[in-house]
Each structure stands twice: as structure tokens, then as C-alpha cells.
Ligand binder design. Structure first.
Ligand SMILES: NC(=O)c1ccc[n+]([C@@H]2O[C@H](COP(=O)([O-])OP(=O)(O)OC[C@H]3O[C@@H](n4cnc5c(N)ncnc54)[C@H](OP(=O)(O)O)[C@@H]3O)[C@@H](O)[C@H]2O)c1
Length: 268
């Protein structure tokens, strides 16, 4: 699609959550290049403001920053209130993170629950609020960033993987429910991507194999919107998940747990 066709297809305003860094920031660049006016949200205003300035200067689009902590349901409510009157055509629900890799039982419950609210509940609420208007208009698109961890079982990352599994199940069911309405839905399930995320989970970037650039992940996801319900960038990642889903459950869980333990040990 040309830039003009993108805004014709989805409308002229796009929302990106988790736009302050990594994959979300790259979505923001690529959507601005396609001519979308942008609503960017995250907590770090110090990163959003310079990004807004750069996008407006470079692409001549209009960018609005909304600072919001998605782990706070009241703030999600007020974000949704702000968004509802706007004619948003494309949503990139990308904000998310993982707590430090390690034993579920050693991870503070409050930290796990905050992560569930950001990774699972906030996207579910945003979808529930914004999708109906798109369906009525017969036009719109939603990309949700999950993870390959949401497609299999990953010991030592149990809470994060479970939070993404919730999202994967919900989004793919939604894809079916709105199919034919003119609204495209895509679950993006990236593998290791070169952003701040791995380090925040205690994993060194040089210990990760097949690290992808966030720009490539965003670009490939946009190319798949409307073509399928689920997309994992990189053949290597697709083969890994395919294997973990195909093997007998006990063996698959043991393999994933062993692999995660190795990566954690090498990073420490
Ligand atoms: N990098 C990987 O290897 C990888 C692999 C699979 C899936 N993913 C997924 O890809 C998505 C983007 O992550 P990334 O790799 O680009 O890492 P990142 O650079 O750390 O980006 C995470 C984004 O989420 C936002 N965010 C985190 N907590 C938030 C909160 N409480 N409220 C609002 N926004 C919040 C961050 O903004 P603020 O900190 O400014 O709030 C940031 O913009 C996430 O959903 C992640 O789970 C990443």
C-alpha cells in the first residue's frame, strides 16, 4: 500500500501505546512516514516530547503525547475517555514489559500484578472501548504486541508468558469475531528484539541469538496487518514455537525451561 492508501484504508489518526522506546517508537516512525497523525502514549514524557518534535519536523504530521501509566486502571479509564471522541483508525497496542526472569515464587506479587495490568488488562480494555466504533464505521486496524512467550510455556518467565498468552488468546478470538467487518486485527508475537526489554528482564543482549531490530519487527508487522490473525517475525522464531507446540508437553516445557535457565545463567 502507498502512504495515501494506508490513511485511506484506516483513517488519518493512529494511536501507539508504549511509543517512548523500542518497537513502539519504530511503529511511530513508520506510521508518521505513511502520513498518519499520531497519538503517542507511555510514562516517560522526557522521551515522548523529543520524539513528537522529530516526527512533526521530519514528516509534517501532527503528534499528541499522552502520558499514562497503564498499570493504573483509573489512568487507563481516563486515557480511554480522552481517546473515545477521537476518530482513531489504527491502534498499535504495544506497551508491555517483563519482570526479571526467575522463579515465579520469588517474584513479588505486586510486581506480577502490575505487569498483568499493563500486558493483559490494559490492551483488553482499550480494545473493548475502541473496537466498537471501528466496527460500526466498517474501517479500522489493531496490532497487539504479544511475544513468542505467549505461544508456548516458559518456566522462569511464567508470569510474563502467561500475561502474553492471555493477550494471544483474546486477540485471535477477536480477529474471528470482527472478521468481515472491515477491521483488521493482528497479534504480533516477536522473538528477541534489540530494545531495552531484554536487559530489564535481566538478560544481556549479547546472549540472545537471532536478535531482530525493532524497526524490522514493526515494518514486518505492518505488512502483515489484514493478511492473517497472528504473525511471528523470523523463520527461526516460527520454527522454535512450532516445535514447542508440536512436541509432547512434558518435553516441550522441559526444553523451554532449560533454554531459559541457560540464557539467565549466561547473563548473570
Ligand atoms: N524486545 C523483545 O525482545 C520483545 C520480545 C517479545 C515481545 N516484546 C514486547 O514488545 C513490546 C514492546 O517492548 P520493547 O521490546 O519495545 O521494549 P521497550 O523499549 O522497553 O518498550 C516498552 C514500552 O512499553 C511502555 N510501558 C512499559 N510499562 C508501561 C506502563 N506501566 N504504562 C505505560 N507504558 C508502559 C514503555 O514506556 P515507558 O517506560 O515510557 O512507560 C515503552 O514505551 C512489549 O509489549 C514487549 O513485551 C518484546
Amino acid at each position: 500500500m502507498t502512504s495515501f492508501q494506508w490513511t485511506q484504508r484506516y483513517g488519518s489518526i493512529a494511536l501507539v501505546t508504549g511509543a517512548s522506546s523500542g518497537i513502539g517508537e519504530q511503529f511511530a516512525y513508520q506510521l508518521a512516514e505513511k502520513g498518519f497523525d499520531l497519538l503517542l502514549t507511555a510514562r516517560r514524557e522526557v522521551l515522548l516530547q523529543p520524539l513528537k518534535d522529530k516526527l512533526e519536523r521530519t514528516y509534517g504530521v501532527s503528534v499528541t503525547c499522552i502520558v499514562c501509566d497503564l498499570s493504573d486502571p483509573a489512568k487507563v479509564d481516563s486515557l480511554i475517555e480522552q481517546l473515545l471522541p477521537m476518530d482513531i483508525g489504527l491502534v498499535i497496542s504495544n506497551a508491555g514489559y517483563g519482570v526479571l526472569k526467575g522463579a515465579y515464587l520469588s517474584t513479588e506479587l505486586a510486581a506480577l500484578e502490575a505487569m498483568y495490568r499493563v500486558n493483559s488488562l490494559a490492551p483488553a480494555r482499550i480494545a473493548h472501548a475502541l473496537l466498537p466504533a471501528m466496527v460500526v464505521k466498517g474501517r479500522g486496524g489493531f496490532i497487539f504486541t504479544g511475544s513468542i512467550e505467549g505461544d508456548a510455556v516458559f518456566p522462569w518467565s511464567a508470569g510474563y508468558a502467561a500475561s502474553k498468552a492471555f493477550l494471544h488468546s483474546l486477540v485471535q478470538a477477536l480477529w474471528y469475531e470482527v472478521k468481515g467487518s472491515g477491521v483488521d486485527i493482528l497479534l504480533l508475537a516477536p522473538g528477541a528484539t534489540d530494545t531495552e526489554a531484554p536487559l530489564k528482564q535481566g538478560i544481556s543482549r549479547d546472549k540472545l541469538v537471532g536478535l531482530m531490530s525493532p524497526a524490522t519487527v514493526a515494518q514486518q508487522a505492518l505488512a502483515q496487518l489484514g493478511a492473517r490473525p497472528h504473525f511471528t517475525p523470523a523463520l527461526r522464531n516460527r520454527l522454535l514455537v512450532g516445535l514447542l507446540r508440536w512436541l509432547p508437553r512434558k518435553l516441550a516445557i522441559s526444553m523451554a525451561g532449560y533454554g531459559m535457565q541457560q540464557t539467565m545463567d549466561k547473563s548473570s
